[in-house]
Design a protein around this ligand. Structure first.
Ligand SMILES: NC(=O)c1ccc[n+]([C@@H]2O[C@H](COP(=O)([O-])OP(=O)(O)OC[C@H]3O[C@@H](n4cnc5c(N)ncnc54)[C@H](OP(=O)(O)O)[C@@H]3O)[C@@H](O)[C@H]2O)c1
Length: 225
């Protein structure tokens, strides 16, 4: 076990990542935007928390400065939905840019800020929590415009970064957590939070520098771009 960083860790999938990693003996550094939420219930000497808004370079810099000196796993989990505008006439360009800022650029800011602490002699895994809704091949329903575009951009940022990172022993994986019962996924979602996170952790256990940059579902299926 080593040191893990989780963003958007106060609720939903992020809080479950923290819980499961602590249970497995990891040291965890967790970011929360405004409220500790479930993090306040996870009492553990190996848990450290810090405020983090992935939209703000200042917040990301402060988060990175307080992070442990050596990081073995980064879970870029923080994200927002787009409000599910019913048709293209309702697309709100101001909010669309915010969604792209949070979901696509936010994880890139975190990778940049923590890079020097992930770049060491043994393998570091970076999990980008994306979505099947990023897939252009799978976009049969349309809608969710900004959310889809933001996650597609996240996928491309990740694939574009992976080559440089191989030289530094860093492997990326782009993960689809499934349709999960969280505030974002809603009550009708078929996948339970613990099952999604334990599945994604199994995927991470199979990562290396050869398979870096793949787009993988929580059950291990490789997804179409
Ligand atoms: N649930 C699903 O079915 C599903 C499917 C595909 C992909 N995903 C992805 O999985 C990830 C986690 O989703 P979830 O279902 O757990 O959603 P969630 O319950 O809505 O939680 C989202 C988390 O992201 C944080 N966050 C939002 N904006 C942030 C910002 N600017 N800076 C830092 N943190 C921020 C939230 O913090 P606050 O509490 O402060 O708002 C919260 O902790 C997201 O990236 C999402 O797109 C989810």
């Amino acid at each position: 076990m080593g040191v893990a960083v989780v963003t958007g860790a106060n609720r939903g999938l992020g809080a479950e990542w923290v819980h499961q990693l602590l249970e497995s003996g990891w040291e965890v550094y967790a970011g929360y935007r405004s409220e500790l939420g479930r993090l306040s219930t996870l009492e553990n000497s190996k848990l450290t928390t810090h405020q983090l808004d992935v939209r703000s370079n200042d917040s990301v810099a402060a988060f990175a400065n307080h992070a442990p000196e050596r990081i073995d796993l980064l879970v870029n989990n923080a994200g927002v939905a787009d409000g599910r505008w019913r048709n293209l006439n309702e697309i709100d360009d101001v909010w669309a840019l915010e969604v792209i800022d949070i979901n696509a650029l936010g994880p890139v800011r975190v990778v940049k800020a923590l890079y020097g602490k992930m770049n060491h002699d043994s393998l570091t895994n970076v999990a980008m929590i994306s979505s099947l809704m990023a897939s252009i091949d799978d976009c049969h329903m349309g809608r969710s415009y900004a959310y889809r575009a933001s996650k597609t951009a996240l996928n491309m940022f990740t694939v574009a970064m992976k080559k440089e990172a191989i030289e530094d022993n860093i492997s990326f994986v782009i993960l689809h957590p499934g349709w999960v019962k969280t505030d974002m996924g809603g009550d009708r979602a078929p996948v339970e939070i613990p099952d999604s996170v334990s599945g994604m952790r199994q995927v991470i256990a199979t990562r290396n520098l050869e398979n870096t940059g793949q787009f993988v579902q929580f059950d291990g299926d490789i997804l179409p771009w």
